[in-house]
Design a protein around this ligand. Structure first.
Ligand SMILES: [Fe+2]
Ligand SMILES: [Fe+2]
Length: 500
């Protein structure tokens, strides 16, 4: 009887293990993965060869300091949406950066383009090799770039909670780099390996070998910028990942689907970060009896960030992020769609032919000095469409921030600037416009831009507030505590054990 029981237990244990292996990550190789690397010796070797360079990059360009601190981080151990991460104290260099793809969908077909309805590709189709490689490299380049941009922020974190969130975002961007490098090394042979090495060679903001996209070469000088970056720029990442998650190249689709799971937290950090800044400012104004949020000097004297300055930072980060979508009208975007490589946001939920044979899409253009909506073939207007989807997504957080302001009784509304404002790419790159979208000449722009974008003074003021707070449960003067802790931890939880 007892024997029988044990056998049943064993059998069910084996079954469980089998199910776990299907979803779970293999930690037996140096690089945790769910892509069966231990049986893919060539790729495993290539990745192991790349690993030391990655660790060098992390120590040179990853977070400055805190490398020996114990950080309460989540690590992905499965790709099961019901439970994929575990939290524990980890030293950052010992974080297990792994390669995790969402489970393969049986009989998945290409959901758009000329190959609509055909089986998704498990290997790179020869004719699309160059386009695919380019898209993977561009995505891959943004991941380490943001870590580089944020590397100085640890020393001015407003709390251990925020410090931990910064590091969580950083290690996950590192993992996203691994995700793209895996694709390059597994599917693109020698040029893939060269591209993988180049991803560790470029540096954000470097004059000789900068990162590939503009916003990823800008400075992230303070924590308000960090929150704006994670809200607006990581959200561009979300849109790009969504479009690539539709890809007919199945390994890319699966990689991006899992990256999106992690990415959600990055935008949460941004949205709640800005909420907490706004909250604190409103509270301080109320306590001090200030009724005019535009009385910048009075508000700043309270040691909080005035709403007009928050608005300027928002103008900057939103406009920089819009540039990441590329030109409104683009044959590259059309080609990638036709080929089945890069789809639309939520492609499979859109009801149309998924080929855009005759559809049009309204594009904002400059016509005889006036901003007008012009119908363009939907196929070439895909960047514009994705950018519109992005703007809609951005609005949601704004509503929450504005609710905090109005609940506190202030008449002030944070708004997104017009898409013609402060652009370097696309239709509006050669003109100047106000945040309301009124075209202005160079002289007016130069005179007024300090009213709309952060000035040196604004930067200096924010910098003056950036004093680190390292006691558990304590927060800097300019930011409210979060409503809930990470992993439901209590308010005084020590998210980073700095000296260990
Ligand atoms: Fe990322
Ligand atoms: Fe991110």
């Amino acid at each position: 009887m007892r024997e029988h029981l044990r056998m049943t237990a064993d059998a069910s244990h084996n079954e469980q293990e089998h199910a776990m292996n299907f979803m779970n990550v293999d930690y037996s190789t140096k690089i945790p993965n769910n892509v069966n690397l231990s049986e893919d010796r060539q790729v495993l070797k290539a990745l192991e060869g790349w690993h030391p360079g990655y660790m060098d990059w992390w120590s040179d360009m990853g977070p400055e300091g805190f490398q020996q601190s114990l950080v309460y981080l989540r690590t992905a151990y499965s790709v099961d949406p019901r439970g994929w991460a575990k939290f524990d104290y980890v030293k950052m260099p010992e974080y297990r950066w792994g390669i995790l793809l969402a489970p393969q969908e049986e009989n998945r077909v290409i959901p758009f383009g000329e190959n609509f309805g055909k089986p998704a590709w498990q290997e790179v189709p020869g004719e699309h090799r160059a386009t695919l490689r380019r898209l993977i490299v561009i995505q891959g380049d943004t991941e380490p770039a943001s870590v580089e941009q944020q590397r100085h922020l640890g020393k001015t974190a407003p709390s251990l909670y925020d410090l931990r969130n910064l590091f969580q975002v950083n290690v996950e961007e590192g993992r996203h780099l691994w995700a793209m490098v895996y694709l390059l090394q597994k599917y693109f042979g020698r040029d893939g390996r060269e591209e993988a090495d180049d991803l560790l060679r470029r540096r954000s903001g470097d004059a000789d070998s900068p990162r590939m996209l503009g916003a990823f070469n800008e400075a992230t000088p303070d924590w308000l910028s960090f929150f704006m970056f994670t809200y607006f720029t990581d959200r561009d990442g979300k849109m790009q990942l969504h479009s690539l998650a539709q890809s007919g190249f199945d390994p890319l689709s699966r990689t991006c689907r899992f990256m999106l799971t992690e990415e959600a937290h990055h935008m949460f950090v941004g949205e709640t970060g800005i909420s907490r800044v706004v909250q604190r400012t409103c509270e301080a104004m109320k306590e001090a009896g200030i009724t005019d949020p535009n009385d910048v000097a009075k508000v700043r004297a309270l040691g909080v960030i005035d709403l007009p300055t928050i608005q300027k930072k928002l103008h900057l980060h939103y406009s920089l992020s819009l540039d990441l979508f590329g030109s409104e009208v683009s044959t590259n975007a059309a080609n990638a769609f036709n080929a089945g490589i890069k789809g639309r946001y939520k492609e499979t939920q859109i009801e149309d032919d998924h080929q855009l044979k005759s559809a049009t899409y309204p594009v904002l253009k400059l016509v005889d000095g006036v901003i007008k909506r012009v119908d363009e073939p939907a196929l070439t207007a895909l960047n514009m469409r994705l950018r519109d989807d992005y703007t809609q997504d951005c609005v949601k957080g704004m509503l929450r921030w504005n609710k905090i302001i109005s609940l506190a009784g202030f008449h002030f509304k944070l708004t997104l600037p017009n898409v013609a404002f402060h652009r370097q790419i696309g239709e509006f790159r050669d003109i100047h416009a106000t945040p309301e979208g009124v075209l202005i000449d160079d002289a007016t722009w130069n005179k007024r831009k300090g009213d709309w974008l952060p000035s040196t003074d604004d930067g200096d003021f924010i910098a003056s507030l950036m004093e680190p707070v390292t006691e558990a449960g304590q927060y800097a003067s300019w930011i409210s505590p979060p409503k809930v802790g990470i992993d439901n931890k209590p308010g005084d939880f020590e998210y980073v054990k700095i000296d260990t």
